[in-house]
Design a protein around this ligand. Structure first.
Ligand SMILES: C[S@@+](CC[C@H](N)C(=O)[O-])C[C@H]1O[C@@H](n2cnc3c(N)ncnc32)[C@H](O)[C@@H]1O
Length: 306
């Protein structure tokens, strides 16, 4: 991008009092990159179906290692721009480095919570993947994000849901691992069961009722391999929180052998695995919403430029 993206923000870089349960270790940033390959077709379809087009200006919320921003940059092309944001400095540094390595000229990453930042420009779309479950007040976050949208701007999220996970015939370790994950996220107050909340969160932010889609992973035998590795990666990232919250012990999980045991568990039983569901949820803000948020922008003491 030619000129630097400038912004101002409040000192509070997040709206959650809970520690972010996944952290930003090298393992977690690598996990996000690997997971992105698995999720890319779903995210791409949600973005396209919602109306992302060439030339758009996109704000990505909670960029992590940057993979959603990179996908958006490909979709908007050289004529568009993408601003990625994350409240974690380690994520911003990793995403910035990856953008340079991949030669993107239409992306920049900034540190902060974009719901509380101001920009001189407005965006055609605000997008995010796997970020709303981590917010104490997701409707408040959406309200803060909607103020960055132009008239008829799009608010598009891709979030997870774990309520459908199961195996048949039962693969006991798979079922146990999914329970560990669900219990850990529930106990931390950052539940990954987004389906039951999605609609309420959007309308609770005074946004038009959203369009929703759900894709669910399902496969048998060796076709489950990539998903099971992803489950192993999630268990590893959540392990400190799992232990802290008393969900599982280090010995029980035994992360060094966990992935092998999981693969063995599923393949030896020839189980069919139902995995995580991917929820696409989006809405277009109307004229009223734009006017309302434009007024609150004017009251903000800070100024910014893009
Ligand atoms: C599970 S990761 C997902 C990363 C990326 N969207 C992806 O799908 O690969 C969630 C990221 O959102 C960031 N995050 C959570 N809440 C945030 C907030 N309020 N403002 C900015 N970033 C936030 C976290 O620091 C983390 O890097």
């Amino acid at each position: 991008m030619g000129s630097a993206l400038k912004q101002t923000m409040s000192n509070d870089k997040g709206n959650s009092n809970q520690p972010y349960i996944l952290g930003h270790s090298d393992h977690e940033l690598n996990r996000l990159r690997a997971q992105a390959r698995f999720l890319e077709p779903d995210t791409r379809q949600f973005l396209l179906d919602a109306g992302v087009k060439r030339g758009m200006r996109i704000l990505d919320v909670g960029s992590g290692a940057g993979e959603v921003a990179f996908l958006a940059a490909e979709l908007v092309g050289e004529a568009g721009i993408v601003l990625g944001t994350d409240k974690a400095p380690a994520a911003v540094a990793a995403a910035t480095q990856a953008a340079q390595n991949r030669g993107f000229s239409n992306i920049q990453f900034l540190e902060g919570n974009p719901a509380e930042m101001t920009f001189e420009t407005r965006f055609d779309a605000v997008i995010g993947r796997y970020v709303l479950p981590f917010q104490d007040e997701p409707s408040a976050m959406l309200r803060g994000l909607a103020k960055h949208l132009d008239h008829s701007g799009l608010l598009i999220f891709h979030e997870p849901d774990w309520t459908c996970v199961r195996s048949f015939p039962p693969a006991p370790l798979y079922d146990r691992a999914c329970r560990w994950i669900s219990d850990t996220t529930q106990l931390s107050g950052q539940s990954w069961n987004f389906l039951e909340k999605a609609h309420t969160i959007f309308v609770g932010a005074d946004l038009p009722a959203p369009t929703m889609r759900m894709h669910t992973f399902i496969a048998g035998d060796f076709n489950t391999r990539e998903w099971l590795i992803a489950v192993g990666d999630i268990v590893e990232s959540l392990l400190p929180a799992m232990v802290r919250l008393g969900v599982a012990t280090v010995e029980e999980v035994n992360i060094w052998t966990f992935r092998d045991r999981l693969l063995q568990d599923v393949t030896s039983n020839r189980s069919v695995i139902v995995g995580r569901s991917e929820i696409g949820i989006w809405t277009t803000i109307g004229r009223d919403a734009t006017q309302k948020t434009a007024a609150s922008d004017c009251e903000h003491p800070d100024s910014a430029s893009l």
